[in-house]
Design a binder for this molecule. Sequence first.
Ligand code: AOF
Ligand code: ZN
Length: 365
Amino acid sequence: MEVLNDEFYMRLALNLAEGASGQTGVNPVVGCVVANNGRIVGMGAHLKRGEGHAEVLALDMAGDQANGATAYVTLEPCSHFGKTPPCCDRLIAEGVSRVVVAALDPNPLVAGQGVKRLRDAGVEVEVGILQAEAVDQNEAFRKYIVTGMPFITLKTALSLDGRIATHAGHSRWITGAEAREAVHTLRHRNAGIMVGVDTVIADDPELTTRLSVPGLHPTRIVVDSKLRIPESSRVLNEAARTIVLTTDRAEQAKAQRLIELGAEVYRSGDVSRVDLARSMKWLGENGISSVLLEGGGVLNGAMLEAGLVDKLMLFYAPLIVGGEGSPSAFAFKGPEAMSSALRLTRVSMQHFGEDWCVTGYPMGN
Ligand code: AOF
Ligand code: ZN
């Protein structure tokens, strides 16, 4: 039996927040539990940008029972007027006597002001219960709100020898059904999904979310410096929004046809290859706070070289593909010295059927 303490309630609040992962847009996921005298009297999660914050929903449920209660919140309650009034004011007005916070809000509009406001009003505040979990849960939001750049997760399926296809170009399937289902959950959780045009030409993927239950489709993003994308590509269908990242050198007539097909086209200047850093910044300015990078190897390599990847999720299948020319998951020149190879930190492994997902973060990013 789990011990009834601050961690118990905070874990519940984290679970409520986790359920909303992928559906709050540029906003964080937040969960709140209100407990009074050993009884849960209110629960809430922020479900959609522009709609109620977690605390407000939980307090609405608690009603009079919020008076003298403890509120457990996964993120510091806000102190600013955004799309909704400050949660701090509501907690104070309801007579909540203690607020337990997992992590501070990095949003410069809040950043400690929420805690201060509560304490100034005489509310007891404790910060840091299950902090690491809360920080991880909003890793994309935490980068985006302070830099304006999307949080980029490089995801790839690969053989043990790092190949993403055979020498003949066969790539279906490397990993099994469980790993592929996990990838679709990742699509639901990211605002954008990005591939290079060679992947579109080779595989004609739709890049939508196809789970055993309905999920949200990310905005599809294709990196295509010369606009070689076939007009019949499935990625241009009406299932979801599509953005094509290209250069000033690409043909205007082709760009126009893509726009007529419903795509948006962003040109990052008179350069031979798409300016990836500038394009990521533009995506951020257009409300895309997280991107799942799904290859191919050349784009993966370029994004790594540019230092634009925040996290890697490598789904290893127990296969050896071999073949001198078979494509690698990371096609880039790389360093001369082994000591200069890109090292991952905070590495963890998770089992999916017969496959293993290695998750890590590039060191120094
Ligand atoms: C909270 N509880 O449930 C959430 C918070 O545009 P708005 O009004 O929704 O405000 C968004 C900002 O508020 C967001 O950037 C973050 O700082 C905070 N989110 N705060 O107290 C919540 N979702
Ligand atoms: Zn709030």
